[in-house]
Design a protein around this ligand. Structure first.
Ligand SMILES: Nc1nc2c(ncn2[C@@H]2O[C@H](COP(=O)(O)OP(=O)(O)OP(=O)(O)O)[C@@H](O)[C@H]2O)c(=O)[nH]1
Ligand SMILES: [Mg+2]
Length: 346
């Protein structure tokens, strides 16, 4: 009797793998839904784990001995080189079909696809090819230099309405106040939307940190003085259409002259690539430290993030994937982002 367990994206793929391994006489012993391990495992859809057994494996499926195995490897390597020759003959920038499909699923821009395609077809095995593609993709993301040490941090969160600025602040503030025992304060320049101030106040009450509401640049300076003993100050802003330049110039009136202020552009990963770029253009004059991409749980593809980061070199500091405060937020790193974009296990 031979028993084999496989994990695959769906039942059909799992059955195909098992049939290949055990032959068509294999019977399913058990099946269950599983989640992949890893920091960003929660980003990936659930998989199926299927166990099958077969009474006797047919001769053709027996493991080859070592001599036969090395011969097979040689033949595989030769085939790989031959494949590479034909791939190289294809026009530059056009990926082979299998990769084209992966790139398409990730919604990558033609420009990024062309860069990644340069890593394909040099005759190495698939695993090496994937490694090179991931490394190149990781280079499309500028690393975010996370401030180290105990120095006090003042961070402002800007971005279009409804992307999740207040929720993201609540997540970070809760983590730092409750888990890291830091002295945290919240400030909001959120006087535009009815209820917005209230939202931050509620979070402040729950987390147990003070909240100041400011309505003019001088009041912001006063609030910062009031909170001068704090380790971390988060400044929330009201979203308004990024197309209204007044909004960004209003922010400048508040922020100019505050040299220690880190400004983060909060963007939704569900926003179209072109819109991400125009929003970035509207806000970049503020001098941005990094972006934060929210709502990763609401999209199937992250190509828009790659495109923005590649074109503008703005780093990604965090990704958020849900409404739960404080759990649904993770630090973003180029290698993990690359794996996430191409749907590779992390
Ligand atoms: N699915 C999902 N929803 C999120 C995420 N982050 C925030 N939200 C939800 O998005 C909605 C808007 O979030 P807010 O934090 O109020 O957005 P905002 O940017 O502060 O909005 P304004 O203050 O109006 O500019 C809320 O319902 C949040 O719960 C996320 O990562 N995933
Ligand atoms: Mg808000």
């Amino acid at each position: 009797m031979r028993i084999k367990k496989v994990v695959a994206k769906d039942m059909q793929v799992a059955l195909h793998m098992l049939r290949k391994e055990l032959g068509s006489e294999a019977v399913i012993v058990s099946s269950r839904t599983v989640r992949e391990p890893g920091i960003l495992g929660w980003f990936r859809p659930a998989k199926v784990e299927v166990t099958a057994a077969v009474e006797r494996v047919t001769e053709a499926r027996l493991e080859p001995d070592d001599a036969l195995r090395s011969e097979l490897m040689e033949i595989k390597a030769m085939l790989g080189t031959m494949g590479a020759a034909s791939i190289k003959a294809s026009p530059k920038g056009v990926p082979p079909a299998r990769w084209a499909e992966r790139f398409r699923l990730a919604d990558l821009s033609p420009e990024v696809m062309a860069i990644l395609s340069e890593q394909l077809g040099t005759g190495d095995k698939t695993a090496d090819e994937e490694k090179r593609v991931l490394e190149r993709l990781a280079k499309c993301f500028s690393p975010y230099e996370r401030p180290k040490g105990k120095r006090k941090r003042i961070q402002a969160f800007v971005g279009p309405t409804g992307v999740g600025k207040t929720t993201t602040i609540a997540k970070l503030a809760a983590q730092q106040a409750l888990q890291e025992q830091k002295k945290v304060a919240l400030i909001t320049i959120d006087t535009f939307r009815i209820g917005a101030v209230e939202q931050l106040r509620i979070y402040g009450d729950i987390i147990g940190v003070p909240v100041a509401v400011v309505g003019a640049p001088s009041e912001l300076t006063d609030a910062l003085t009031e909170f001068k003993s704090k380790d971390a100050i988060f400044i929330d802003t009201t979203g308004r259409s990024a197309r209204k330049p007044l909004h960004v110039s209003e922010m400048r009136a508040y922020f100019d002259g505050l040299s220690d202020l880190e400004k983060y552009l909060v963007l939704s990963s569900t926003t179209k690539s072109r819109d991400l770029l125009s929003i970035y253009k509207a806000y970049c004059e503020l001098g941005l430290a990094a972006t934060i991409f929210t709502k990763c749980d609401e999209t199937e593809s992250l190509g828009g993030i790659v495109d923005l980061c590649y074109r503008t070199s703005i780093p990604v500091a965090y990704l958020t994937n849900g409404q739960n405060v404080p759990e649904d937020i993770r630090e973003a790193h180029p290698q993990e982002l690359a794996r996430l974009v191409l749907g590779v296990n992390v």
